[in-house]
Design a protein. Structure first.
Length: 293
């Protein structure tokens, strides 16, 4: 497959209702927030995980669409498999050409390497380092969030000894816990697709690009859980450049999409409480595409 020939930027709007889109393990799994502004945060790592999961679901078993970053086996074992397929695994020290061939093999075999890149220089069978053409910024909420801490109960005892003690005493057979939710928040994430890196490094193709858009639109649809609540992608705006290197700075394009609370709304509780304005006057050589209108 031929690598893409156009640079892209994109803006994703998604919202959460009564859920925790990205817990912070350093804060008891509370929703991540910017300590200065109180804005909600969803990391790029979290968003890429959702994309990987969707691709794995729809392309499972299809050659070229394996996922490198997952918990099936160690990364070094996967790097060794690449060298084994190329016949260079038994070498004491792989040459630069061997590593280049293994890097190409990994790009062709793994969608997430081809898309996001990877550091594959560890172990006895290194496959080099790949800069991925697709990168995303942290998502931030449009307005500050105020997570709610809810006390919950479970009608099941974890520890067998505690269970027996309470049974003997006819005690309460429940345990207490905590759950953190964001009542409502609208988040904005921005991303980049470099045709130059696709052509020079990974071979990220037009087919991969269409799969990426589909995965972004559906990244929360197969990720529902009791903790995350209702999380939905609402808008996906794509800026397509005519050239490989681009026709306008990304920051100017991102400023074309503005999201603000409607007048009189103090505490937003749905996307209808926001005004999304789009400046459709694009710089020469740039096309705006609404993937989710």
């Amino acid at each position: 497959m031929e690598a893409i020939k156009n640079r892209y930027e994109f803006v994703v709007l998604f919202d959460v209702e009564n859920g925790n889109p990205n817990g912070d393990p350093d804060a008891g799994n509370m929703p991540r927030t910017d300590p200065e502004k109180g804005l909600g945060i969803v990391t790029d790592v979290c968003l890429k995980r959702k994309i990987r999961n969707f691709v794995e679901i729809v392309k499972e078993g299809e050659p070229g669409y394996n996922i490198l970053i997952k918990t099936d086996k160690s990364l070094n074992d996967k790097f060794a498999e690449a060298h084994e397929a190329l016949g260079t695994k038994e070498k004491k020290k792989p040459t630069a050409d061997d590593i280049a061939a293994a890097r190409k093999f990994m790009c062709e075999s793994y969608f997430d390497v081809r898309t996001f890149g990877a550091v594959m220089s560890t172990g006895d069978n290194p496959c080099g380092i790949v800069r991925g053409p697709v990168q995303m910024n942290f998502a931030r909420s449009i307005d500050p969030i105020l997570p709610s801490e809810l006390t919950i109960t479970r009608q099941a005892i974890t520890d067998a000894k505690t269970f027996q003690e309470r049974s003997d005493k006819n005690g309460v057979m429940t345990e207490m816990g905590k759950k953190y939710v964001v009542p409502y928040a609208l988040y904005r994430a921005e991303g980049y697709v470099s045709a130059m890196l696709a052509q020079k490094q990974t071979g990220f193709s037009e087919e991969d690009l269409e799969l990426l858009w589909t995965a972004i639109i559906n990244m929360f649809e197969h990720d529902h859980s009791a903790a995350r609540g209702k999380v939905c992608v609402r808008k996906l705006y794509v800026f397509k450049h005519e050239s490989v290197l681009g026709n306008a700075p990304s920051v100017l394009l991102f400023e074309k999409i503005k999201v603000e609370k409607k007048e009189g709304v103090e505490y937003p509780r749905s996307i209808s409480d926001y005004e999304i304005s789009v400046d459709r006057e694009m710089p020469a050589g740039v096309e705006l595409i609404e993937k989710l209108a």
